[in-house]
Design a protein around this ligand. Structure first.
Ligand code: X2X
Length: 343
């Protein structure tokens, strides 16, 4: 075994140095560059997650594994709901992806989009760091992609160009851009809005032209893109869902690396994930919520729901929760509810 590893290491080093031009050592040939897919570029926390991971891997492998970022899911022409299939097929080597974008292929990942399941950050952690997270990793693995670590996109707050949203009544008839899982269409329909599913690439011009009135995303995206400039004058913090990120690798790429390099890539993903989760939560976990203040200072009306106002949204979306529970898996959702209650 040790002999084989040495051979693999030598072959990898030789390949890196360009000694082999044929694919005689295909199994162990390292590519000069590995393609990593992300939706949001740095300086968003999502982009930073990928950047930190790539930097750590390069440093710790002494440049043997060189990861290049492809923001805007450009390897699949911006079609973010195809990312998981492209990873499985090897069009993409690595990704830091949102559970929402992969949920069309891995329906269990819709668990994070169940309305009002996770009331706070401790609830997210109770899922990702516990039994539910471990089970989801097994499911992703079975679906053909290797998961390594968790990161975070974050709580998705709603913004719009029309009025302050305090009740489902305020959402009535509003055109809201939603992400790729049909769960979101159900959810906004239940609230009386008019949801339109589109990729993030299409969402930005749609907001700018007024083709849609609103959107929902973590607030760092609002501040990075200055969304008040595309007419988004109202923000309601309702904390209805949050999407984690997952660091993954295509399985053939993984198998082409030496065990030592595999360990480095996995540890680097864990380290990058931890760092990025702290970045994603900064300004949102403090009692005075500096990010809310920052957005208000941009001329945006910031609405924080009272517990009673929030409860109206919880009730209005409950049928969607009940509809999706068996789709996600009753056992998994029951486990999640228990883990959250015990947090
Ligand atoms: O499309 C979105 O809203 C985004 C950027 O949050 C995701 O990719 C899930």
């Amino acid at each position: 075994m040790r002999f084989r590893r040495t051979l693999l290491g030598l072959a990898a080093a030789a390949t890196a140095l360009g000694f082999f031009s044929s694919n005689a050592v295909a199994q162990t040939a390292y590519k000069p560059e590995y393609k990593l897919s992300i939706v949001l570029a740095p300086p968003t926390p999502w982009g930073q997650a990928a950047q930190i991971w790539a930097n750590l891997v390069k440093e710790r492998t002494q440049g043997r594994i060189n990861i290049k970022l492809y923001p805007g899911v450009s390897l699949i022409q911006g079609d973010q709901t195809r990312e998981f299939s492209a990873l499985r097929q090897g069009v993409i080597d690595l990704a830091v992806g949102s559970t929402i974008n992969w949920s069309p292929q891995v329906k269990q990942l819709n668990i994070f989009s169940m309305p009002f399941l996770m009331p706070d950050y401790a609830a997210i952690d109770a899922l990702t760091q516990g039994e539910v997270g471990a089970e989801l990793f097994k499911t992703i693995d079975k679906a053909g992609v290797l998961p390594l670590a968790w990161g975070e996109n974050g709580y998705r707050e709603i913004t719009n160009s029309k009025r302050a949203i305090k009740s489902p009544e305020d959402l009535k008839g509003m055109k809201i851009r939603v992400v790729g899982s049909p769960l979101f269409a159900d959810l906004f329909t239940a609230l009386g809005a008019n949801p339109t599913q589109m990729s993030w690439a299409d969402a930005q011009p749609a907001l700018a032209s007024g083709a849609v009135d609103g959107q929902e995303n973590p607030l760092f995206l609002f501040t990075v893109l200055k969304m008040q400039n595309v007419g988004q004058k109202f923000m309601t913090a309702w904390g209805y869902v949050a999407d984690p990120l997952i660091f993954v690798v295509n399985k053939e790429i993984w198998a082409s690396w030496t065990p030592a390099d595999q360990a480095i890539v996995k540890q680097a993903a864990t380290d990058a994930g931890k760092q990025e989760i702290a970045i994603a939560r900064k300004g949102l976990v403090e009692a005075d919520k500096p990010v809310f203040k920052e957005i208000a200072a941009m001329g945006v009306t910031v609405t924080q729901l009272t517990p009673a106002e929030r409860e109206v949204f919880v009730k209005a979306t409950r049928p969607v929760y009940e509809k999706w529970k068996p789709v996600v898996g009753n056992d998994l959702v029951n486990k999640a509810e228990k883990a959250i209650a015990a947090r």
